[in-house]
Design a protein around this ligand. Structure first.
Ligand code: ZN
Length: 119
């Protein structure tokens, strides 16, 4: 675990909330000590209920690396991944060490159902 990458996941989450792109979630994928991809919640921006930070980061990492198995990578998330993201991490073959950033998850201020940005 690298605290720097956890912090980055938290910063991505906070920035996405401030831009109004989605919920307060960020993710970073690292390989060989280098960031391969970054993701943040884009559910509202993309009007896509699957555009969670981890999914966005996994898709980007797979595109960049040209493969869908990421067993040699690490996934850092700003919070504990949801079941969908855990399943995606399983299928991408991440090692079982996904570590949410403790206390880094910003809280949503409004519990009303958000609307898609492009609606
Ligand atoms: Zn998720």
């Amino acid at each position: 675990m690298n605290a720097e990458f956890l912090e980055e996941a938290g910063r991505l989450a906070q920035a996405a909330v401030e831009r109004g792109e989605g919920g307060p979630f960020g993710a970073v994928i690292v390989s060989g000590g280098q960031v391969v991809s970054r993701g943040w919640n884009q559910v509202l921006l993309a009007c896509d209920p699957t555009a969670h930070a981890e999914i966005v980061a996994i898709r980007d990492a797979s595109r960049r690396l040209g493969r869908f198995h990421l067993a040699d990578c690490e996934l850092y998330s700003s919070c504990e991944p949801c079941p969908m993201c855990l399943a995606a991490a399983y299928w991408a073959e991440f090692p079982p060490s996904i570590t949410p950033a403790p206390g880094r998850m910003p809280r949503q201020r409004d519990s009303r159902m958000p609307r898609c940005i492009r609606s």
